[in-house]
Design a protein around this ligand. Structure first.
Ligand SMILES: Nc1ncnc2c1ncn2[C@@H]1O[C@H](COP(=O)(O)OP(=O)(O)O)[C@@H](O)[C@H]1O
Ligand SMILES: [Mg+2]
Length: 366
């Protein structure tokens, strides 16, 4: 693309040449030599005048405009106004344009500085907040160990003597509440570890069939107690290199959720695998429960998000389960998503690499 300066010189150069050429043609063809000379001198003067005017226009208009355009391009790159290329012009509008650009640039520079300062402060506050709640969670976890220990000792008659029925009921209630509290503190700690990128993954060679069968075995007693059908579609021979405990934790969370949302007697939960990729393996947990409406589907992976938050709801929970599942799967370099049809079925999917890849722990606080 031609610059303004070159275009200007090209146009004025060709016009001067044409004027000069016409002067010469007039001089040669004119019958009256003195008129020819006058026309030739006139055309030479006009051509020189045109060239001089072009030089003046170039200096006072095009050069400042080009400098301004260059300064603007630099500014958009480095967000700072370069003081090197000062513009000198006595054309009022260009002078004003340059002054406006400088004041706008100063304002943008200051706004960016203020924003950077805010971002720095917010990051610091966020870090301190996570460190503080991590410390609190640890302090909560430690006393729970002796509480649980003593409650379990009280439940055993041969240690502290026989309890009457009311005492027994009270101790059982303390036991259940302590377990819930312990789980909640555990979930908060796991969430924080994921936030800080400190959750450790231990990978090993895993046989997928064994992994699924162990999960079914673990949940079969509670499923049959509630008359819920729990099964797997998988019977293949697939091996992956991943973290067994963390995958179990994800399945466990998804199955516990599913059990809460299917009806006893008619509830069906299916866990399984879709092996359709050489690199990744897709797992799923499907239930025929209440389903999740599409407005809620995008939010359920957020920390503390629960669809039913009414005080009359039957199930307990902190709303951290799915955020943790997603954080773990992303930490294993995979991804997690849900598909659901209200009152028909819900399927949670997650896919993870079959082979070892570098573990990158992502922040789940977004
Ligand atoms: N299988 C499911 N069917 C219907 N709703 C579900 C299912 N799984 C999760 N949800 C919804 O997603 C919310 C978040 O789940 P989760 O993060 O595990 O928290 P919590 O189980 O502690 O409530 C649940 O409160 C529930 O409303
Ligand atoms: Mg849950």
């Amino acid at each position: 693309m031609l610059s303004i300066k070159h275009t200007l010189f090209l146009v004025s150069g060709s016009s001067s040449f044409i004027i000069f050429y016409m002067g010469i043609v007039n001089y040669i063809t004119s019958p009256d030599k003195s008129t020819g000379i006058i026309l030739l001198i006139f055309s030479v003067l006009v051509a020189i005048g045109t060239l001089l005017a072009t030089v003046y226009i170039s200096k006072s208009i095009t050069k400042p405009i080009e400098k301004l355009a260059y300064n603007m391009a630099e500014f958009s790159k480095i967000n700072k106004i370069s003081k090197k290329n000062m513009i000198k012009t006595n054309v009022k509008k260009i002078f004003e344009l340059n002054e406006n650009f400088k004041s706008m640039g100063d304002k943008v520079e200051r706004t960016i500085e203020v924003q950077m300062e805010y971002v720095k402060k917010l990051k610091e506050i966020d870090k301190r907040k996570v460190e503080f709640s991590s410390m609190v969670s640890h302090e909560l976890k430690t006393p729970l160990v002796p509480i649980l220990g003593y409650v379990q000792m009280l439940q055993k008659e041969d240690l502290f003597g026989k309890l009457n029925e009311k005492q027994r009921e009270a101790v059982d209630e303390i036991y259940l509440s302590t377990i819930k509290l312990q789980r909640l503190v555990g979930d908060i700690l796991t969430t924080q570890k994921l936030d800080l990128g400190k959750l450790v993954f231990e990978k090993d060679n895993l046989t997928v069939l064994e992994l699924l069968q162990d999960i079914i075995k673990e949940f079969s007693p509670i499923a049959s107690e509630r008359k819920i059908k729990l099964s797997t579609n998988f019977n293949g021979d697939v091996h992956i290199f991943s973290d067994k405990d963390r995958i179990n934790q994800v399945f466990s969370n998804l199955i516990k959720n599913a059990m809460d949302f299917v009806s006893p007697n008619t509830g069906i939960i299916e866990i399984g695998v879709n092996d359709k990729d050489t690199e990744k393996l897709e797992f799923f947990v499907r239930d025929n429960g209440t389903g999740i409406s599409s407005d809620h589907q995008k939010d359920i992976f957020k920390k503390f998000y629960q669809i039913d938050t009414s005080s009359s709801r039957k199930r307990s929970g902190s709303g951290l389960g799915l955020a943790i599942c997603k954080g773990i799967i992303e930490g294993l370099n995979g991804k997690m998503w849900v598909k659901s049809e209200k009152d028909v079925q819900t399927t949670f999917y997650f896919e993870i690499p079959k082979k070892s890849t570098i573990v990158s722990i992502k922040n789940i606080s977004k």
